[in-house]
Design a protein around this ligand. Structure first.
Ligand SMILES: Nc1ncnc2c1ncn2[C@@H]1O[C@H](COP(=O)(O)OP(=O)(O)OP(=O)(O)O)[C@@H](O)[C@H]1O
Length: 238
């Protein structure tokens, strides 16, 4: 896949709520390729950063300069939330919905639905209400809905928080496959093991500030700041 909406240059991104600085001001660049993990303590601003980049968080200041026109930018990225939001319809209709929004040719729709249902092990559940799925199945469906349109960029906000080891592993496999096919991934996690397993590079946020960034090997093995060293050791950083 050739990514066209990236790189993204972020300058002076700042989110204030109720007189409090929640995020930034910060600068960063999202390169065209990579699997970026966003880590940091509770309330550091990880979700806010992802949502601001995705364009669903009101920002107080700053500019996001994408490499393509706005319409393409919105159509070419997806977001997976911590708690999956399902349509009150069948698994099939949940998979069909994003395809209907992005103008995928009708002839391809059924093939794509079956392909993704098979990848997430839900072929036998296509006619079943999505609301009857288990937590792990819902999150896999949520991920399939995000990937079925073949986005260039995928954001995920703690997608495995409520899942057991098996469902987490299934999700990680799907993510690594998407990454291998060229999808750019930016994901927040609380799970340092997961961050180490998946990251090509990482961002460390504390109190809304970007404290450290780098390639995974340096970031995890040779952290530069005292705060990241402490955080990686499992110490409490606030
Ligand atoms: N709409 C809002 N109004 C006021 N404060 C908010 C709002 N949204 C988020 N916050 C605060 O902003 C800070 C950053 O929140 P955010 O959810 O981005 O952090 P996080 O790093 O994702 O946290 P967690 O790891 O707990 O999910 C928190 O202190 C949160 O309480």
């Amino acid at each position: 896949m050739v990514n066209k909406i990236l790189p993204l240059a972020v300058q002076g991104l700042h989110v204030r709520r109720q007189g409090r600085d929640i995020l930034g001001p910060l600068d960063l660049t999202l390169d065209a390729t990579g699997f970026t993990m966003v880590i940091g303590p509770n309330g550091a601003g990880k979700s806010t950063l992802l949502k601001a980049l995705h364009g669903v968080e009101r920002v107080s200041a700053g500019t996001l300069t994408w490499s393509a026109p706005d319409d393409d930018v919105h159509a070419r990225q997806s977001f997976v939330f911590q708690t999956p939001v399902m349509l009150r319809r069948t698994v099939r209709e949940n998979l069909r919905y994003p395809l209907s929004l992005t103008g995928v040719p009708k002839a391809q729709i059924d093939d794509r639905i079956h392909h993704w249902a098979s990848l997430i092990g839900l072929t036998d559940h296509l006619g079943q209400s999505a609301l009857r799925l288990s937590g792990g199945e819902r999150q896999k469906l949520s991920l399939a809905r995000a990937l079925i349109t073949e986005p260039e960029l995928l954001f995920l906000d703690e997608p495995c928080t409520n899942l057991d080891g098996r469902a987490t592993r299934d999700i990680e496999i799907l993510l690594l496959e998407a990454y291998a096919k060229g999808t750019r991934i930016v994901m927040a996690t609380h799970d340092l093991g997961q961050a180490r397993r998946l990251a090509t590079d990482a961002l460390f946020l504390v109190r809304g500030a970007l404290r450290e960034t780098g390639k995974a090997s340096t970031f995890f093995e040779h952290p530069q700041t005292d705060e990241l060293q402490a955080f990686l050791k499992g110490e409490i950083v606030e």
